[in-house]
Structures are given as structure tokens and as C-alpha cells.
Ligand binder design. Structure first.
Ligand code: PLP
Length: 373
């Protein structure tokens, strides 16, 4: 039995009529870029969040980069974020011309340690980019207090947190602008690349709509400030419209898998030092990935492979130690929690249509492997 860490095919099998209908609708509409499907998706994605505006773009990296640009962040500005994230978070900040400044994460939830933010603030600090990593929201109440006290902008990286809640607020609604990715593996995934920015600010949204379209107001209009080509195509937009109606079901499906893992593996913390993900009080987790922790991570991954289970690491190399970011001047040793986690974390298979029999195989295999370590 080969179990992949993520697989869209079982979901496609359930939804193929709807996906085929979406494809047909777009192909027969006479509009392949910036048409009704895109506009409707933007309206519906904004409405899902109870927020005024949405601009759909070509991917999550550009969503974050354009959001920073739309808020006027660029060269000379420092942006505080984490190194325990997907590299694109940092790529987007660098791409906007700004300088990322890292703070460490907390050892319990692996999210931005908000207690470290104020020490990282300098006269050049312009914004904070909290990353709702793995599907759980950062402590946004603290971020909001810091932003108000120091006059900083906040841009949420929601690429892993569609539908996640912090109290009664949805990820994406607690900042000046929020960036989403619809990369296929994400909680709301397209059949290709996609992204979006939501904001309550009409000026930010206006800037977003120009930035994604060469910097133009409309077709063949004047470019006042050069932008990008970051449009979402109609095909992905129409597929995302259909899938958005099922987002809450995907989240519920992921939570059901998490509950089964907890039930099957919960006792291993005490007996074998396997730490399962924790959900902070008041948060609702959407489990983009199900990240566990054990000091003998590499041996476990190898042994699980022999049991037919593929495991993943999100992420094996902290961004601040990557050679591509050496010019930022960060060194190994500066973010000890992030660096330690990178050596100990791994992810169990997680997607809403993961069969219960496969979940049970993962549980049984992991119990066997840990017992034999
Ligand atoms: C996936 C992801 C991105 C980038 O999204 P793409 O659509 O792949 O460009 C950014 N930040 C985080 C945290 C992500 O997980």
C-alpha cells in the first residue's frame, strides 16, 4: 500500500462532473482572462471572508508581493516575518524590494513568537508579515497591539490557512491586506496556480488591480507606474468558485483526519516522545499539513517509507540559512527554535479524502516504527 502525503485524485474522482462543467463553462464563455468567472470568484471569496475587496492573481507568492507593493512597501523598508515558513514568504518580501527581518517561532505551536517582535523593530520597520503556518492563526491580538503601538502595517500570509479562525475572525480579515495561494495542495486548491489578496481598503484593492495588469487602469490604458502580469485565468477562477462552496467541507474533512490521528497516536507523546500538533485556545485549525515532532525524525521517515508511507518535511531548511538569502546576513544559531524544529519535524499524510483505512495504516505503521526505534 503506497500512501502519499497529499493526493488530489480521490477528490477529483468525487468532483469530476463539477470540474468538467467549470471547464466547459469557461471554454464556451468567449473570455479566457479577466472575465465573469474571475470577477465572480473575487466577489464570492470576499463575501466568504465578510470583507469588501478581493483581487485574484496568478499565485500566492505574487499575491504577497503585490500586496506589499500596493501598501507602498519597497526598498529601504524592513518587514518582520519568520524563517520557519515556505521560502515564497521571504521571496515575496525580497521581490517587493524590502528587507526581511526574522524573529523566531514558539516551541509549542511553531508560529511567530510575538514576544520577540518589538525587539526587532527599527526606525525602518514598515510592516509585519505573520504566517498562519500549517493552518493555524498566529496570535493576532498581540500583532495588532504591536502594529498600533509602532504604527506598522500588517499583511497576513494566509497561503496555508483558508477558513482558519482566530476567535470568531477568519484568517485574512485581521490585517491591512492578506495574501492567499491556491496552489493545488492548499486547503482551497486550484487545478494549477492561483492566488488572491483580500482587503477592506478600496485604495489597496485599486492598486492591486493595477499592479496585476501591467500597472494599467484598464485595457490599453496608460501605465503610470510599471506593474506586473499577475492575472488569474478564468479556468482556475471558475474551478475555484465551485470549490469555494466546499471549503468548509474540506476543512471539516481535514479535522476528521486530525482527530483520528490524535486518537491513534495521542499516547505516544508520553511513551515515545512523539509530539502532535497543538491548537491554541480560541483557534480553529485547518490542518494544511499535519506536522509532528520527534528527535529521531530521519530514521522514522526512512522506516515509514518501508511501510509504504511517504512523509514530508515542512520545512527541512530554515529560510535564513539558505544560500540564496546569504546577502541578508543571517547566520545559523540566530533562530534556535526554528533551527531545531527543522531537524525534528515531519508531516503525516493529510488531505480531506484520505481514506480511513489509509489513516489507520499510517497510525499502525508509526506505532510499529516508534516501538522499534
Ligand atoms: C504556498 C505558500 C506560498 C506561495 O504560494 P504559491 O501559490 O506557491 O506561490 C506563500 N507562503 C506560504 C506560507 C505558502 O505555504
Amino acid at each position: 500500500m503506497g500512501i502519499r502525503v497529499w493526493d488530489y485524485l480521490p477528490e477529483y474522482e468525487k468532483e469530476k462532473e463539477d470540474i468538467a462543467d467549470a471547464v466547459r463553462t469557461v471554454f464556451e464563455s468567449g473570455q479566457l482572462i479577466l472575465g465573469d468567472s474571475g470577477r465572480n470568484f473575487e466577489k464570492e471569496f470576499a463575501a466568504y471572508h465578510g470583507i469588501a475587496h478581493c483581487t485574484a492573481v496568478d499565485n500566492g507568492t505574487n499575491a504577497l508581493k503585490l500586496a506589499l507593493e500596493a501598501l507602498g512597501i519597497g526598498p529601504g523598508d524592513e518587514v518582520i516575518t519568520v524563517s520557519n515558513t515556505a521560502a515564497p514568504t521571504v521571496i515575496a518580501i525580497v521581490g517587493a524590494g524590502a528587507t526581511p527581518v526574522f524573529v523566531d517561532v514558539r516551541a509549542d505551536d511553531f508560529l511567530m513568537d510575538t514576544d520577540q517582535v518589538s525587539a526587532a523593530i527599527t526606525p525602518r520597520t514598515k510592516a509585519i508579515v505573520p504566517v498562519h503556518l500549517y493552518g493555524q492563526c498566529v496570535d493576532m491580538s498581540s500583532i495588532e497591539r504591536l502594529a498600533a503601538e509602532f504604527g506598522l502595517l500588517v499583511i497576513e500570509d494566509c497561503a496555508q490557512a483558508h477558513g482558519a479562525r482566530h476567535g470568531d475572525r477568519l484568517a485574512g480579515t485581521m490585517s491591512d491586506a492578506a495574501a492567499f495561494s491556491f496552489y493545488p495542495t492548499k486547503v482551497l486548491g486550484a487545478y494549477g496556480d492561483g492566488g488572491a489578496v483580500v482587503t477592506a481598503d478600496p485604495d489597496v484593492d485599486h492598486a492591486m488591480k493595477q499592479l496585476r495588469y501591467y500597472g494599467m487602469e484598464q485595457v490599453y490604458y496608460v501605465v503610470r507606474s510599471p506593474g506586473h502580469n499577475s492575472r488569474l485565468d478564468e479556468l482556475q477562477a471558475e474551478i475555484l468558485r465551485r470549490k469555494l462552496t466546499r471549503l468548509d467541507d474540506y476543512v471539516a474533512g481535514r479535522n476528521a483526519v486530525a482527530r483520528r490521528y490524535e486518537k491513534g497516536l495521542g499516547d505516544l507523546a508520553e511513551s515515545h516522545g512523539l509530539l502532535l500538533p497543538s491548537t491554541n485556545l480560541g483557534n480553529s485549525h485547518v490542518y494544511y499539513v499535519y506536522v509532528v515532532r520527534h528527535p529521531k525524525r530521519d530514521a522514522i521517515i526512512e522506516a515509514m517509507h518501508e511501510h509504504g508511507v511517504a512523509l514530508n518535511i515542512s520545512y527541512p531548511w530554515p529560510v535564513h540559512t539558505m544560500s540564496g538569502f546569504a546577502h541578508l546576513g543571517w547566520r545559523e544559531g540566530q533562530l534556535p527554535v526554528t533551527e531545531r524544529l527543522a531537524k525534528e519535524i515531519f508531516s503525516l499524510p493529510m488531505y480531506p479524502t484520505l481514506a480511513e483505512s489509509k489513516q489507520d495504516h499510517v497510525i499502525d505503521a508509526l506505532r510499529t516504527v516508534l516501538a522499534g526505534l
